[in-house]
Write a protein that binds this ligand. Structure first.
Ligand SMILES: *[C@@H]1O[C@H](CO)[C@@H](O)[C@H](O)[C@H]1NC(C)=O
Ligand SMILES: *[C@@H]1O[C@H](CO)[C@@H](O)[C@H](O)[C@H]1NC(C)=O
Length: 242
């Protein structure tokens, strides 16, 4: 009886009791062996049908599901938080530090293995937000690596670094500052300013050009994880002329 009581006492509310049947499954997953198969989970029960023999990281973009976390850990896969914040709010270093520490606390409380930063906001080159964003990634990586050993910090980028959708970021600085970039090689027709014309979601050659651009600017190809769209769009004709 005594050891049980002791365990309950030690597993007090500071971090939150481990929701897994085997408490070892609340330990962070460290090292997945070089290659990454990175999945964005958007909630519900689809994770039950994943091929867990292949997945190394699940970015949990849906509602927090402790069952998913426990199951992923039982398969040696990481589960990471989604990180997003209006950039205006993190230009101030003190506010930035507060945001970073909030994310680390949340990750600890939910037994997560890192964070995927998904800031898809417009940024002008050399604006205050431009510099703050690179710092945000650096500070997030430092804090996670320090506080959750073996954790992973990644950043989502557009299919090309050429200011796609006005996202003029310091791509080399951000790549250096995190574990790897997740390249969103999809929705490559996003800038439809004029007539909408049906085109491929991820045209083969255009996709390759994007990677060439990232590599040419000096980013280590080993830090680029390719995102693939497992979806397409229906283009419905509004005005049929023929
Ligand atoms: C970027 O600069 C342009 C021109 O100065 C300005 O109109 C726009 O609002 C700026 N965008 C952001 C996100 O700061
Ligand atoms: C990008 O970030 C790195 C690291 O902070 C910095 O050394 C470099 O000067 C930045 N590049 C530009 C163009 O701002």
């Amino acid at each position: 009886l005594l050891p049980l009581g002791l365990v309950q006492l030690l597993g007090g509310p500071a971090v939150g009791a481990c929701p897994c049947q085997d408490p070892r499954l609340c330990h962070p997953v460290t090292g997945t062996g070089g290659f990454e198969v990175f999945v964005f989970d958007v909630g519900k029960e689809t994770w039950r049908s994943y091929d867990w023999s292949k997945i190394t990281t699940v970015a949990a973009f849906g509602k927090y599901d402790p069952e998913l976390m426990c199951y992923a850990h039982s398969k040696g896969s990481r589960v990471v938080l989604k990180g997003d914040v209006p950039l205006k709010e993190i230009v101030d270093p003190a506010k930035r530090a507060a945001w970073v520490s909030q994310q680390v606390d949340l990750a600890k409380k939910q037994y997560m293995d890192g964070i995927n930063i998904d800031i898809e906001q417009e940024v002008n080159e050399t604006s205050p937000e431009y510099y703050a964003l690179t710092e945000l990634v650096k500070e997030t990586t430092d804090a996670f690596h320090r506080e959750i050993p073996g954790s992973q910090v990644t950043f989502d980028v557009a299919w090309s670094p050429a200011c796609i959708d006005k996202r003029c970021y310091n791509y080399t600085g951000i790549a250096d500052a995190c574990d790897f970039l997740f390249v969103m090689s999809y929705d490559e027709q996003s800038q439809i300013w004029t007539d909408c014309i049906a085109k491929a979601n991820a045209p083969y050659l255009q996709t390759l050009v994007g990677y060439e651009e990232y590599i040419t600017m000096g980013i280590d190809p080993g830090k680029l994880v390719m995102g693939v769209p497992w979806y397409g769009y229906d283009y419905v004709c509004q005005n049929l002329s023929q």
